[in-house]
Design a protein around this ligand. Structure first.
Ligand SMILES: C[S@@+](CC[C@H](N)C(=O)[O-])C[C@H]1O[C@@H](n2cnc3c(N)ncnc32)[C@H](O)[C@@H]1O
Length: 272
């Protein structure tokens, strides 16, 4: 099928508002994959949307009020307590960051404490996690690069990052197909790998090897999307993580929380 026909189907996929802001590079790739296995255009559109729903739309509660949040962040400048309250309210709109809200301070203290003060962060498939910056032990003037597959989320974060006290950039891209070349001290892959591996099974191992950061914080969910705690999940994801780092001379530290299983990889230190 021609590029024009692929683009026409991708535009059709985006006519549903839920998928309107997803990076076209991902939609077009999925459309190409679906064309190879479906009988007609209607099925291609339906199955592309189904996969986009699982990858991203499922986490976001409706259309996020980005301009409202930006106004609230601006109004909260200079007032730490109010800024944290605005960030918490916004993070509640995304399933992944909502699950982390009850343990935010403890989570970043324990996971990044040994690496503090962190001078630069690369947040991969970030969702609304950059709004947790006030709880991260960052160095003054830290750099923060965030990326996710949503163009409207990236535009929001681009404006929000300076209001959170960091020098930041935000980009919309398809991480299941390519790795950003930004260099950072710490890369966050929070609950990201299972999501990307649904789109491309090799995405997890590629990211772990290609991301240009000495420390990688990699986490996996401990509960299902409905919020139910799933007893099989820790063992399943521990095994998947072991496969991903197999034969690598990397030091790994594990942290376990109610909602999340976290591994901190140090690529620059041989395990002792
Ligand atoms: C489980 S959520 C994790 C969000 C965030 N890391 C956190 O833990 O709070 C998965 C995120 O991956 C993003 N995503 C899904 N597919 C993607 C892709 N192909 N490229 C970049 N981001 C993607 C989704 O939009 C969603 O924000």
């Amino acid at each position: 099928m021609s590029d024009d026909a692929v683009q026409a189907l991708a535009i059709q996929v985006q006519r549903n508002a839920k998928y309107a802001h997803i990076a076209p590079e991902l939609i077009e790739r999925l459309v190409r994959e679906e064309i190879a296995i479906r009988r007609n255009a209607k099925e291609v559109v339906k199955n592309t949307r189904r996969r986009l729903h699982q990858a991203g739309a499922v986490y976001m509660a409706g259309a996020p009020p980005y301009s409202h949040w930006l106004a609230d962040l601006r109004a909260a400048q200079g007032d730490r307590e109010r800024l944290e309250a605005v960030c918490r309210t916004a993070m509640a709109a995304h399933q992944s960051s909502r699950e982390r809200l009850p343990l935010l301070a403890r989570f970043y203290h324990e996971v990044l404490g040994d690496l503090a003060p962190v001078a630069s962060v690369l947040d991969l498939a970030c969702g609304l996690n950059p709004l947790a910056i006030p709880w991260m032990p960052l160095a003054p003037g830290a750099r923060y690069a965030a990326c996710d597959v949503y163009t409207d989320l990236a535009a929001f974060l681009q404006e929000a990052l300076p209001l959170l006290g960091v020098e930041g950039t935000a980009e919309a891209l398809d991480l299941s197909a390519r790795t950003p070349d930004t260099v950072a001290g710490v890369a966050l892959l929070l609950k990201t790998i299972p999501c990307l591996e649904q789109l491309d099974r090799s995405a997890g191992v590629r990211l772990l090897h290609e991301v240009r950061a000495r420390h990688l914080v990699v986490s996996f969910p401990m509960q299902s999307l409905g919020g139910r705690r799933d007893r099989g999940m820790p063992a399943h994801y521990r095994a998947r993580f072991a496969e991903l780092v197999q034969d690598q001379p990397w030091a790994v530290t594990e942290h376990v929380y109610e909602s999340e299983l976290v591994f901190v990889i140090d690529k620059g230190k041989v395990p002792g």
